[in-house]
Design a protein around this ligand. Structure first.
Ligand SMILES: C[S@@+](CC[C@H](N)C(=O)[O-])C[C@H]1O[C@@H](n2cnc3c(N)ncnc32)[C@H](O)[C@@H]1O
Length: 226
């Protein structure tokens, strides 16, 4: 549910968590950097879906002197902090189903990182992101060899990584585990006209805040090129 997820990501402790996490090149995961490093070209235009406080704008600043950056997020509170942190970049609060502030704009590089396994309408998000992709779409999924699990009652993430009161543990978003063969089929189906589809990832323990039936999942980053 959009409002529920946006509220979860807007809890003060969760906002505070992103004050320090995921904002330097050193904090980019190896699987993300594998694809990202070759696409950091001067003048690149980037759309960052689920941008939180614009951490990837800081990463771009570390590596480039000129680039365009637009960050969108379902949490208006994250967007407010992002604007304060990066006054020269563009940020828009959106809903899961409505990215109308972007109009028909396309971007050379679209990032959808750290969000697809954490919301129900992840397939729609991939399809929508692809419509805004002029060059490369980089996204990540959590995969395993069992059947896809997307029932929040079976697999969820507690927001207790951002705060330790009961309210954080009781607030949960889905923790979606996609069957690997289904992940390939889904990515292919949702990115019509792709010229090349690649992925790189590794088996990794699931988040310590996840309540889910598996101990390890493939953290797989996909790069889909037009
Ligand atoms: C785990 S953080 C990931 C932040 C960043 N992309 C990264 O990789 O470090 C999740 C962020 O995505 C946002 N988010 C969650 N679901 C979303 C959706 N369907 N569309 C856009 N943003 C979403 C949350 O509000 C939160 O700011």
């Amino acid at each position: 549910m959009t409002a529920g997820n946006a509220d979860a990501w807007s809890m003060p402790g969760v906002l505070g968590f992103f004050d320090t996490e995921r904002r330097t090149t050193a904090q980019v995961y190896a699987s993300e950097w594998f694809f990202l490093k070759d696409r950091l070209r001067e003048g690149v235009g980037v759309l960052d879906v689920g941008c939180a406080q614009g951490g990837f704008a800081s990463v771009l600043e570390e590596n480039l002197t000129s680039f365009g950056y637009t960050g969108i997020d379902i949490s208006a509170a994250m967007i407010e902090r992002a604007r304060t942190r990066h006054p020269r970049q563009r940020f828009e609060a959106v809903s899961e189903a409505d990215w109308s502030p972007l109009g028909a704009e396309t971007f050379e590089l679209v990032l959808v990182l750290g969000i697809l396994h954490l919301h129900e309408s992840w397939r729609d998000t991939i399809a929508r992101a692809w419509t805004h992709t002029a060059g490369s779409l980089i996204l990540d999924l959590r995969e395993h060899d069992g059947p896809t699990i997307e029932d929040k009652a079976v697999s969820s993430l507690r927001m207790d990584f951002g705060g330790n009161s009961a309210a954080y543990a009781e607030t949960q978003v889905p923790y979606v585990l996609v069957n690997s063969a289904e992940a390939l089929a889904t990515v292919r189906r949702l990115t019509p006209g792709a010229r090349r589809i690649s992925h790189f990832g590794y088996l990794h323990p699931v988040s310590g805040s996840a309540s889910c039936p598996v101990a390890e999942a493939m953290a797989n980053v996909w790069c889909i090129e037009r």
